[in-house]
Design a protein. Structure first.
Length: 108
Protein backbone atom coordinates (compact mmCIF):
# COMPACT_ATOMS: atom_id res chain seq x y z
CA UNK A 1 0.00 0.00 0.00
CA UNK A 2 1.42 3.42 -0.88
CA UNK A 3 2.02 5.82 1.95
CA UNK A 4 -0.71 8.37 2.61
CA UNK A 5 -0.77 11.69 4.39
CA UNK A 6 -1.59 11.58 8.06
CA UNK A 7 -2.61 14.38 10.35
CA UNK A 8 -5.49 16.80 10.14
CA UNK A 9 -7.12 17.58 6.81
CA UNK A 10 -8.84 20.82 5.89
CA UNK A 11 -12.26 20.65 4.29
CA UNK A 12 -10.70 22.04 1.09
CA UNK A 13 -8.12 19.26 1.11
CA UNK A 14 -10.68 16.49 1.70
CA UNK A 15 -12.94 17.93 -1.01
CA UNK A 16 -10.05 17.89 -3.51
CA UNK A 17 -9.08 14.32 -2.48
CA UNK A 18 -12.66 13.11 -2.99
CA UNK A 19 -13.02 14.85 -6.35
CA UNK A 20 -9.67 13.34 -7.48
CA UNK A 21 -10.72 9.87 -6.31
CA UNK A 22 -7.99 9.64 -3.67
CA UNK A 23 -10.68 9.26 -0.97
CA UNK A 24 -13.94 7.43 -1.61
CA UNK A 25 -15.10 6.60 1.93
CA UNK A 26 -15.59 8.74 5.03
CA UNK A 27 -16.16 7.20 8.47
CA UNK A 28 -18.33 9.46 10.60
CA UNK A 29 -17.97 7.87 14.04
CA UNK A 30 -18.27 8.57 17.74
CA UNK A 31 -17.31 6.41 20.75
CA UNK A 32 -19.90 4.30 22.53
CA UNK A 33 -19.77 3.62 26.29
CA UNK A 34 -17.03 1.05 25.80
CA UNK A 35 -14.90 3.32 23.60
CA UNK A 36 -15.71 1.48 20.36
CA UNK A 37 -16.31 3.61 17.30
CA UNK A 38 -19.92 3.50 16.08
CA UNK A 39 -21.54 5.60 13.41
CA UNK A 40 -21.78 5.49 9.64
CA UNK A 41 -19.64 4.77 6.61
CA UNK A 42 -20.34 7.39 3.93
CA UNK A 43 -19.38 7.61 0.28
CA UNK A 44 -17.18 10.55 -0.62
CA UNK A 45 -19.93 12.04 -2.80
CA UNK A 46 -22.49 11.82 0.02
CA UNK A 47 -20.01 13.50 2.38
CA UNK A 48 -19.42 16.35 -0.10
CA UNK A 49 -23.06 17.00 -0.94
CA UNK A 50 -24.89 16.17 2.30
CA UNK A 51 -22.32 16.96 4.98
CA UNK A 52 -20.08 19.72 3.59
CA UNK A 53 -22.67 21.42 1.37
CA UNK A 54 -25.92 20.15 2.90
CA UNK A 55 -27.36 19.51 6.35
CA UNK A 56 -23.93 18.96 7.89
CA UNK A 57 -24.93 16.00 10.05
CA UNK A 58 -25.89 12.34 10.09
CA UNK A 59 -28.62 10.68 12.09
CA UNK A 60 -28.02 7.57 14.17
CA UNK A 61 -30.11 5.60 16.66
CA UNK A 62 -29.53 6.53 20.30
CA UNK A 63 -29.61 2.77 20.96
CA UNK A 64 -25.88 2.89 20.18
CA UNK A 65 -25.29 4.89 23.38
CA UNK A 66 -27.42 2.74 25.67
CA UNK A 67 -26.05 -0.80 25.20
CA UNK A 68 -23.39 -3.02 26.76
CA UNK A 69 -20.50 -4.87 25.05
CA UNK A 70 -22.89 -7.47 23.64
CA UNK A 71 -25.15 -4.71 22.25
CA UNK A 72 -27.82 -5.55 24.84
CA UNK A 73 -29.83 -2.54 26.08
CA UNK A 74 -28.87 -1.31 29.55
CA UNK A 75 -31.61 -0.27 32.01
CA UNK A 76 -32.01 3.18 33.49
CA UNK A 77 -31.83 5.51 30.51
CA UNK A 78 -34.64 8.07 30.31
CA UNK A 79 -33.86 8.96 26.70
CA UNK A 80 -33.57 5.41 25.32
CA UNK A 81 -35.29 2.20 26.37
CA UNK A 82 -37.75 -0.39 25.13
CA UNK A 83 -40.41 1.42 27.21
CA UNK A 84 -39.82 4.93 25.84
CA UNK A 85 -38.46 3.89 22.47
CA UNK A 86 -35.19 4.45 20.69
CA UNK A 87 -35.02 7.64 18.74
CA UNK A 88 -32.50 9.22 16.43
CA UNK A 89 -29.73 11.54 17.44
CA UNK A 90 -28.16 14.14 15.20
CA UNK A 91 -24.38 13.80 14.94
CA UNK A 92 -22.54 16.87 13.66
CA UNK A 93 -18.94 16.11 12.69
CA UNK A 94 -16.09 18.05 14.26
CA UNK A 95 -14.14 18.93 11.12
CA UNK A 96 -11.01 19.69 13.16
CA UNK A 97 -10.67 15.92 13.72
CA UNK A 98 -10.79 14.99 10.02
CA UNK A 99 -7.88 12.69 9.10
CA UNK A 100 -6.95 10.02 6.57
CA UNK A 101 -7.10 6.49 7.93
CA UNK A 102 -3.78 5.03 6.75
CA UNK A 103 -4.72 1.36 7.27
CA UNK A 104 -7.93 1.66 5.16
CA UNK A 105 -7.41 2.44 1.49
CA UNK A 106 -8.99 5.69 0.25
CA UNK A 107 -10.64 6.31 3.63
CA UNK A 108 -10.82 9.30 5.95
Amino acid sequence: MPSVETGRLSTDHIKADIERGDIDTILLVFPDQQGRFVGKRLTGDFFLHDILEGEGAIHACNYLLAVDMEMEPLPGYAYASWDTGYGDLKAVPDMTTLRRIPWLEKTA
